[in-house]
Design a binder for this molecule. Structure first.
Ligand code: SF4
Ligand code: SF4
Length: 161
């Protein structure tokens, strides 16, 4: 568990430097959309430690034969449109509107109004991808396999060259 906590600490601080999705023109559609967020190993415990908040609605999904923990109906969106746990929000929230496979293939979700513009920012994406690949080195292979498969199920995402 400590290995993951250390990695999340390092990556979260690092990610914040490049965290510049402009959400001002959007009514938080991603946080309000139905569905679930995949929880990375010990991420629930990490968020609890850092924010003292509990992820209330968790469950498990079968993805590619793996039992993966997920978080549904996130209640951390505040009335002012900010995320209550923003510095420690889940990896999947942090990557959005981008998604990466374990090999570094990159996708973006055109549903996000900021995605088109951001997807032309090669430096931003390269930095994000580098940090993602670093995280992949500590993730169990079965988790990564399920993660890759979960991306196939997302409708509408577009691959970046
Ligand atoms: S959909 Fe995109 S622009 Fe809207 S809140 Fe989410 S990340 Fe921000
Ligand atoms: S944790 Fe924050 S960023 Fe993620 S879905 Fe909830 S409110 Fe949105």
């Amino acid at each position: 568990m400590e290995k993951f906590f250390r990695t999340y600490d390092e990556l979260r601080i690092d990610w914040q430097r490049y965290d510049r999705v402009d959400c001002s023109a959007c009514n938080n559609v991603c946080c309000k959309s139905e569905g679930y967020v995949i929880l990375f190993p010990y991420e629930e415990e990490y968020i609890k430690l850092k924010t003292e908040k509990t992820l209330k609605k968790t469950s498990h999904r079968r993805i590619g034969g793996e039992r993966i923990k997920v978080f549904e109906d996130c209640g951390f969106l505040q009335p002012d449109g900010r995320c209550r746990i923003h510095p420690y929000r889940m990896v999947e929230c942090r990557l959005y509107p981008f998604q990466f496979t374990s090999k570094g293939n990159t996708f973006y979700d055109p549903y996000c109004p900021a995605a088109e513009k951001l997807s032309t920012d090669r430096k931003y994406i390269q930095n994000l991808r580098r940090r993602w690949m670093k995280l992949c080195k500590v993730l169990p292979p079965n988790f990564l396999r399920a993660w890759n498969l979960s991306l196939r199920d997302l409708s509408g995402i577009k691959k970046l060259p």
